[in-house]
Design a binder for this molecule. Sequence first.
Ligand code: CDP
Length: 412
Amino acid sequence: MNDKPNKLITDDGLRLDGRRADEIRPMKIEIGVLSRADGSCYLEWGRNKILVGVFGPREAHPRRLQRADAAVIRYRYNMASFSVEDRARPGPSRRSIEISKVSREAFEPVIMAELYPKTAIDIFVEILQADAGTRTAAINASSIALADAGIPMKGLVTSCAFGKVDGQIVLDLNKEEDNYGEADFPVAMTQDGEITLLQMDGHLTPEEIKKGFELVKKGCKEILEIQQTVLRKKFETPVEEPEAEPEAKIVDTESEAAETEPSLEYAPEAAAVEETIEEAEELEAEPSEEVTETVPEAEELEEIVKEAEVEVVDGEAIEEAIEAETEEEAIEAETEEEAIEAETEEEAIEAETEEEAIEAETEEEAIEAETEEEAIEAETEEEAIEAEDESKGPWKVVKDPSESGSRGENDE
Ligand code: CDP
């Protein structure tokens, strides 16, 4: 620990960090810094550095903690072990449990918990760097984070402390003033001025408290302005319209604009739109010129198509001629076949005639030579049988397939 300075307030009325008695430390707020939280805030107040994440309203677990008529508000103040000069012991301490409780109670009057029964609204506070007044700083940051999360509230909560240093009432104590001062008095209030947190560490007279409250009101008013500025900056940022939309709207309303008096304010935009339309028309017109330019090519194409058709016609004629030739050949073939058949028939007729003649001769011979020997007749009969077989055709009839060798040949 540093040794106590001789004076915490100089003769000029300035404090060790250069502030006057009624001044707060410089405050810097960043909103929506945690992507996984519903609402978040990072706050620097003097040398204090605090991060707050808000989650909910979400289903409360364990269920036995649920309230049928309202949301449960949970506030966890945690000091990082590296946040102070001496290492802070990790985990909840009597101090952190106490701060968590009083800070939760500071928000209960403003959070509209009745809108979300059976749910929980969790506020997690991480003190990254502590330099006195961390609970007040955490309340200011939590107020922003709750608003960022969209939790309905009757108003923002602001918090500031006053104290007694070197016998003087001063606003917003720093680390040295807190350590070596006579009193520390943290206060939180709604933006309507209702007190939601009030603690006192030290000894103060009623007059000193009254004076201190005047300072705290001033301090909280300044802090409220900072909070509102940050929130407005986030939620009142005009949404940038897509670039194409305004042009489209103007084009849509072009006919209407033509009916009514054109506004001078929109004249440059209208001119820009007209230029765009003209360019578009030019672009549309260009392809038609290209078409006219390509007319000769089209003619060439037509010629090619015609030639192809001619070729096709020729091809068809060739095919027809081939067909005709084929038909002729077929006719010739048929004629030849018929001729062959006719010859065969003629031969067959001739053969029959010959057979008949032979038979007749045989019969005549048989009649004439009745006395001839049976052997001669038998020979004559055999010849007649042979002649009959020949007349049936040039092929050999095989009655028994085994006689011709292979069984397959004869099956056909
Ligand atoms: O921070 P706040 O004034 O709300 O609470 P406090 O209990 O009055 O503590 C005052 C300061 O003491 C803290 O801001 C820390 O800088 C310091 N402190 C510390 O150094 N180690 C602790 N375990 C607790 C507090």
